[in-house]
Design a protein around this ligand. Sequence first.
Ligand SMILES: O=C(O)CCC(=O)C(=O)O
Length: 339
Amino acid sequence: MSQSTGVDLFMKQFKYFKSNKPQPSLNSVISVDITTSEVKLLECNTNYKCEDNLTQCLGLINKNKWKTYSFVQHPGLMLIRNPFTGSGQRYWIKRCLERYPKKPNKINIDIEIDNLDDWWRECHKSMECDKKLLKKLRWTTLGYHHNWNTKAYSEENKTPFPEDLSELSSVVAQYLGFAKFRAEAAIVNYYHKNSTLSAHTDHSEVNLDAPLFSFSFGQSAIFLIGGREKSIEPSAILLKSGDIVVMSKEARLCYHAVPKILPEYHQPWNSDLSELDFNKMPSFMYISNPKETIEAMNENIENDKWSEFENYIKESRININVRQVLNEKQISLADEFFS
Ligand SMILES: O=C(O)CCC(=O)C(=O)O
């Protein structure tokens, strides 16, 4: 990883990968599927006894089959290579399109269109899908809503965090040894063919020690991650549908960006579509209605119910970025003793 004082090496790489003419070479992009000295396969928390029925209910494969990688140049950065079943991917994609953009959650379109309570239904209310409105959705915020102007969270700008996403984050966190992680805020990002996300760090949270979990679905992306200064040259990592990136420890406050969306030819949301058995309910779940979750997971197997979502995801990418806002014993942002 090279550094050149005063030179924005991050921006240089961002512009290189963003370019359409000429197209960038992908030779330097790290793919965890290809063995290189930059990537190491990790042994994870084997003490974490996660019931198979629970992982299945969340759309995940058995945790003993998950492959987790670390990056030699980026201590604290980890990638779990698609631990989702096909029906699991369908479930989470559908939640990000149909459920999460609904009120009381916030979407970028709120400043333009008043009372858009159900964006997905509005896009599909007539036979012909409203493609202009469909492409307008760029983000949804959940839990403590990210304020894009002040970059500060507040108690007044907070709604209940989705139970299913909280449980998914908690399973992944415990597997990686972050037993106390609490999902309190999330940004769902929606990317189309030429969308990008510029270089930034995530530092609005009171708790900057807790890791950040980032779930990707749909089209692939080049993810750039560097250091705490933009003068540090970033690495380019290929993210595919189902991948989970974890930014912890030293990587938590590093600059990162998405300069390019790449087509995903494999469509993992169309394979491994097995039906879940209602007799195999987890013995314990935080979700108040696990039966409903299983029903929703199984409903996606029927291709006619899935086709509208397929049309979206075959051209777009969705990223769910989950954060803990508060410190361990802190109950609210007003609880200054712990802040
Ligand atoms: O889309 C991604 O992979 C990254 C998203 C991100 O960095 C963010 O929401 O802060």
